[in-house]
Design a protein around this ligand. Sequence first.
Ligand code: C5P
Length: 282
Amino acid sequence: MGRSVTVAAPAKLNLALAVTGKRADGYHDLASIFATLDLVDDVRVAPHKTLEIRNTLDIGPGEDLAARAVRAMAAEVKREPYAFVHIRKRIPLAAGLGGGSSDAAAVLRALATLWKVDADLVRLGANVGSDVPFFAAGSAVALVTGRGENIEPLPKPREPLHVVVMRPPVRLATAEVFAELRPDEMAQRAHVDALARAFRAGTVTPETLRSHAHNDLLTAAQRRCEAIVSWRAAAAARGIALFLTGSGPTLFAVADDRRDALRMARILRRAGLKARPHVAAA
Ligand code: C5P
């Protein structure tokens, strides 16, 4: 098949997320601290005579962000939108982990290399999906605002962040959760700003993360998804606070270090919750 380019596409966690308002275009403005996670898809892109996307998971009907990324880059450089894209999926679908958006950003990056173009991938990514600019920017941690198109890269923490990630086995559509959100549940931006300041100052600790891991979408997500309520209650009964990433349903706990992450994962698994230790912002 000739030369190809492979790009690692990491998942993300929203360490804090505020919905700051509803926009005229139907989307919502956000302020959120995004961090990459050590859970990655492999995205391989090669020249091809048509547009062909292969995925090791059945992504089902609906719009494929990887195909949209190829079309966006092709339109930008006035080429035919032809490429072969192979995605080895490890990031679960519709989970709040940004897998589809990260794959799309990886496609943009791979095409920039293959086609030797110097395009603004963050701007192109904004037309592909709300979470794509963060991944296109390539920063491990960022303050993300607007619909997702404004990216302020933040310094990585001195130590990697040890977390435990849990995914209730249900799919929860982002649009469904935003539709459920009530106006009085928006704008807890103080937590996002406090966390951004701590990252800029290099003073982030697990305790800082736990005290600011607020997500404005949690209440709406809980109304749409009973598993989020019961998993958080089961963890709380064992002294572990669970936070929501994106619009869910994936939840995470913040550990003090690797040992603590292993300990928490063990406790949560014993309670019947599928829990895995991970590292964020590495
Ligand atoms: O951008 P994406 O296609 O992932 O968004 C899915 C849906 O989630 C949108 O159609 C919209 O209803 C909602 N959304 C929103 N505000 C955002 C991101 C998503 O209202 N910033």
